[in-house]
Ligand binder design. Structure first.
Ligand code: ATP
Ligand code: ZN
Length: 296
């Protein structure tokens, strides 16, 4: 594959738990992705970028080597990779808020567990040997790490290991296999990463455009636009109640002396509770609307 050096290359998981959300993020950022799901690459029609669809485990390598300038990958995969590298050749640009899971220690339901010390001298099966080894070291525990590439939850039943250390989101798989979580090694979500290899000026400028669009999407996810009316004496308390709003716009209402409209972008979730408090503080005609696009 001969990479086109006038474009940016973004490594995404081809298929799996991160695949759909990764594409959706790029689509929300306004990128029109050309081809179908099964090809290995796809051009972005309206932006000088090309997507590379690969296994998630290859993404840290591709980005570190500069084969792809950007990538979207789970923190679990990235940190496991990083622990095996002498120097870090990528940087994390953003937490993307999807693909959340935890790397958990788990034991058969009937096994007695009295804290991390119970792991001493045991065998623990995992696909994340480096992360597990780091955890054991931090806890000052010696145990045998057994590397498995899949079906880790079967290890206790097959008597390969007494404990497992595996990714969990809802815990349903553990339960279905008669296992209970007993500790957490890592909390993970998907990350946007970038190569540390220097880019030429043109591609540096394209990168800045890509980032600002993705930042815009991430910012709008939680943000809401609030509009309300209030009397002058209530303004101070009301503006303090607005969650994560900097410098709200306050304008006088035409024909109603002493009454104002307050408009603000709230960068945090707006709950019913907040609305009730605003009303209690004297706000009326409160409107909360979603924000479709935002560029800071
Ligand atoms: P690939 O074929 O790309 O190697 P995979 O089978 O290794 O895929 P997936 O199961 O698709 O990987 O998971 C990809 C990522 O999704 C994980 O590395 C993790 O960051 C995240 N994830 C979120 N929830 C879970 C979960 N319950 N189990 C496993 N991974 C999860
Ligand atoms: Zn994988």
């Amino acid at each position: 594959m001969l990479a086109d050096r006038s474009r940016l290359h973004i490594a995404l998981q081809k298929s799996g738990r991160l695949a759909d959300a990764s594409r959706e993020l790029l689509r929300d950022a306004g990128f029109r992705i050309q081809s179908g799901k099964n090809s290995l690459t796809a051009r972005v029609e309206n932006f000088p970028a090309e997507l590379m669809f690969v296994r998630d485990d290859d993404i840290p390598t591709f980005v570190s080597d500069g084969v792809c300038e950007f990538g979207i990958v789970g923190q679990n995969v990235l940190e496991e990779f990083a622990l095996g590298e002498p120097d870090q050749r990528y940087e994390v640009l953003a937490e993307l808020g999807f693909g959340r899971c935890s790397l958990r220690l788990a034991a058969p339901e009937n096994l007695r567990f009295d804290g991390p010390q119970s792991l001493a001298g045991t065998r623990i099966a995992t696909s994340y040997p480096r992360l597990l080894t780091r955890y054991l070291k931090e806890q000052g525990i010696e145990a045998t790490v057994v590397k498995m590439n899949g079906a880790v939850e079967l290890a206790p039943r097959l008597q390969i290991a007494s404990f497992i250390c595996d990714l969990v989101s809802t815990g349903a798989t553990l339960e279905a296999n008669g296992l209970k979580p007993v500790g957490t090694v890592l909390e993970s979500q998907s990350l946007l990463i970038r190569t540390k290899r220097p880019l030429d000026e043109a591609r540096e400028a394209i990168s800045a455009g890509l980032l600002s669009r993705i930042d815009g999407v991430l910012a709008t996810k939680e943000s809401k636009y609030i509009m309300l009316n209030a009397t002058e004496d209530a303004l101070k308390q009301i503006t303090q109640l607005l969650p994560g709003a900097e410098a709200p716009t306050i304008v006088p209402l035409h024909g109603r002396p002493g009454h104002f409209a307050v408009h603000a972008v709230c960068q945090e979730s707006v709950f019913w509770e907040t609305l009730q408090k605003l009303k209690g503080a004297g706000a009326s005609a409160i409107l909360v609307v979603p924000i479709e696009k935002m560029m800071m």
